[in-house]
Design a protein around this ligand. Structure first.
Ligand code: ADP
Ligand code: MG
Length: 701
């Protein structure tokens, strides 16, 4: 009998309970100290931990171990080594040393480094992040012990997404503690917590395989809208279909084994779109878990004859996917620093942390923007479905009112939500939330956390959290500087808060972020409106950005410059692949099919004429004229796109200008080609269309 899957929670994780059971007391204590206080791990301790970890893994069937890391590709990487160690007599023993646990040395030359590591200097090191537990991955290839690691170059530069994330957690810990001390808090550690909601699409795997665009780029590059889209709004929270439910059940089971707290699952707005949300946790573990979620979504989908699309905009015309990064700060004593309590106007410590975030987001809008961006998200941000490209904060009535009171010279009261009455006496009276929700805000306060709703669905959440942690750390450090030397603490706090509200209230917007009026209003307020991924990237290398990241030892100038290069290169490569895929599909699939169609039309006209019957052939003839003319336009559009790609690909030297050319010329030419191809699709015999259409893809599972 299979145990209830929920009882298998964490069974593939070398978690604290397992460590406690398997490690000698003193070793367990030393390791806990390392984890909690960020101290270096001694090799003797590491040896014992490694051995216990290996025994545990081998008992569970593991033959290999891997240092699991997150290079700047945004996905995870692993290199498997077996536990076998040969002996001189031809036999072998199973072995795993502390050294092997702590440090790995994968050849780093094939990972993007943005010029950080010349190819002749290929050395890269992986270092165990003991604050994120090791786990077992099971698949048909066997069982592998995965050790979460950071990935750095020979000279110590971060080559990955985890290293700066860990550094940013240290930075915010330090600065938040300074502020808390001034309030007399006894907390000794502050962590940031994250719960990322992940949206995704599921399509039938056989249909997926018939579309080169989905296979090569993760999104459809062609496709006319079906008769039915999402207008009936019948998919959101709708009953989950059996095939999908089967997939979700297995997904939950596998994620639970990995210790991922998959909690809610539901259908999303678009047909074939779904969402998974875990219970929040420490940021670096939540980040590792989100990488595992994305990996497992794809793996388990395959087992059910499905393919999971993590792209931000797999289908034009229906909603795309995002990732909502719910973020807060918490002390080691379990206090959520963004919890307002029932009377926030009396909770000055909360108001300090709230205002710190407000100021941070206003001051560093451009860093927030770039941290959520990628090529795919350009299809969402600023379009009428996702948060606008303008960064603003939704606070809701109650807190906005309190900030208003602060500005006007004194905190007096907190508006309360009261009771929600459904008008049916048998239903319980529900306590009403103090604020309604706002689904159009890119950064919304949702009760006791902020929800960064702009993040791209396929993106690692490391980047957005590095930015959130670092910019908040900076403002907290400014506040701590003032509070530490204040003689009249209360007066100083009020002065600081009032100063922040006066200067930064422009970032607060509780209205409809999708409206055109907001764009105009935001411009009046002086908020930045960065319209594309390419234009967002330079935010990483402004003087202001370099200063804040260097001050808090999160990223050096060189590391920032490398990220700037990598992001632009990724954009260029992705658009280049999309353009070439379009050219191939158009030239080798769509054009020949349309020619077949026009030929059969012409044949039909000729055949009817040859009968000598005096039939009205205007329908066939008109169609032939229209389709032939579209075909001619399409042919020209292919040539234009080809020329644009050739020109952009040939630009050397300045990566930024090359990326701009891809955005302004190649991407524009892609849209023109798509428009005409989609129109042709609506005119051509469906049985002749060379690949599955939108209605087949969206309504077939
Ligand atoms: P929704 O936005 O869909 O209504 P929920 O309120 O259920 O979402 O929560 C969304 C996510 O926010 C969940 O993953 C949840 O664990 C996470 N979350 C809740 N509290 C916190 C917190 N203090 N810090 C970080 N994430 C949190
Ligand atoms: Mg949400």
């Amino acid at each position: 009998m299979c145990a209830n899957p929920i009882e298998q929670f964490g069974s593939n994780v070398f978690n604290e309970a397992v460590m406690k059971e398997r490690l000698p007391k003193n070793v367990f204590k030393a390791l806990k100290k390392t984890i909690n206080e960020g101290l270096p791990l001694e090799e003797t301790v590491a040896d014992v931990v490694a051995n216990a970890m290996k025994d545990w893994a081998v008992e569970k069937g593991a033959t290999h171990y891997t240092h699991w890391f997150q290079p700047m590709t945004g996905i995870t990487a692993e290199k498997h080594d077996s536990f076998l160690s040969p002996k001189a007599d031809g036999t072998a023993i199973v072995e795993f040393s502390g050294k092997e646990l702590i440090k790995g040395e994968p050849d780093a030359s094939s990972f993007p480094s943005g010029g950080l590591r010349a190819t002749f200097e290929a050395r890269g090191y992986t270092a165990w992040d003991c604050t994120s537990p090791a786990f077992l991955k099971e698949d048909t290839a066997g069982v592998t012990l995965c050790i979460p690691t950071a990935f750095v170059s020979y000279t110590g530069e971060a080559l990955d997404k985890k290293t700066p994330l860990l550094r940013s957690m240290e930075a915010i810990n330090k600065q938040a503690l300074r502020v808390l001390k001034t309030f007399g808090s006894s907390a000794s550690k502050v962590i940031t917590t994250v719960g990322p909601e992940q949206e995704y699409f599921l399509v039938d795997r056989n249909l997926f395989k018939q579309r080169k665009d989905l296979v090569l780029t993760g999104r459809t590059l062609f496709g006319a809208m079906p008769a039915k889209g999402q207008e009936l709004e019948d998919h959101y929270f709708g009953t989950i279909k059996e095939r999908i439910a089967g997939f979700m059940k297995e997904l939950d089971k596998e994620l639970w084994k990995l210790g991922v707290t998959a909690k809610t699952k539901h259908n999303e707005v678009a047909p074939a779109q779904h969402e998974l949300a875990p219970i929040f946790g420490t940021t670096n573990v939540a980040t590792d878990h989100n990488q595992l979620v994305m990996e497992m979504l794809q793996k388990i989908a395959n087992r059910h004859g499905l393919t999971c699309l993590l792209h931000e905009k797999p289908f034009a015309g229906v909603n795309g996917s995002g990732k909502h990064n719910n973020w807060s700060l918490s002390t080691d004593e379990g206090q959520n620093l963004l919890e307002p309590g029932t009377n926030p106007h009396e909770n000055i410590q909360f108001l300090v942390f709230l205002c710190a975030v407000i100021k941070a987001v206003d001051e560093y809008q451009d860093l927030m923007r770039v941290s959520a961006s990628n090529a795919g998200n350009d299809h969402r941000l600023g379009a009428n479905e996702a948060p606008p490209a303008i960064i603003s904060i939704f606070l809701g009535d109650q807190l906005t009112d309190i900030l208003e009171q602060l500005k006007n010279g004194g905190l007096k009261s907190s508006k309360q939500g009261g009771q929600l009455l459904a008008g049916v006496s048998s239903l319980p009276a529900l306590p009403k939330d103090n604020t309604d929700r706002n689904r159009t805000s890119p950064f919304a306060f949702t009760g006791n956390k902020f929800e960064f709703r702009m993040v791209a669905s396929s993106l690692s959440i490391a980047g957005p959290n590095v930015v959130l942690n670092t910019i908040t750390a900076e403002i907290l450090s400014q506040i701590a500087d003032e509070l530490e030397k204040a003689t009249d603490f209360n007066a100083k706090v009020e002065e600081i808060l009032r100063g922040i509200v006066n200067k930064h209230e422009r970032i607060i917007f509780n209205g409809n972020g999708y409206s055109d009026e907001w764009v105009v209003e935001a411009e009046k307020r002086g908020l930045s409106n960065i319209r594309s991924n390419v234009e967002a990237v330079p935010a990483l290398i402004t003087e202001k950005a370099i200063e804040v990241f260097e001050k808090h030892k999160v990223l050096s100038k060189v590391e920032l410059e490398s990220r700037y290069e990598i992001l632009l290169e990724q954009y260029i490569k992705q658009i280049n692949i999309e353009a070439l895929t379009m050219i191939e599909m158009a030239s080798r699939q769509i054009v020949p099919s349309v020619i077949n169609f026009t030929t059969s039309l012409a044949n039909s006209i000729n055949a009817i004429k040859s009968t000598g019957v005096n039939a009205d052939l205007s329908a066939q003839e008109d169609l032939l004229v229209v389709v032939s003319s579209l075909l001619a336009t399409m042919n020209k559009s292919i040539a234009t796109l080809q020329a644009a790609v050739a020109k952009a690909a040939d630009m050397h030297g300045d990566t930024y200008n090359q990326a701009l050319a891809y955005k302004d010329e190649v991407f524009a030419a892609m849209n023109a080609l798509r428009a005409v191809a989609d129109e042709v699709e609506t005119k051509v015999d469906a049985t002749l269309w060379p690949f599955p259409t939108y209605s087949e893809l969206l309504f077939n599972v």
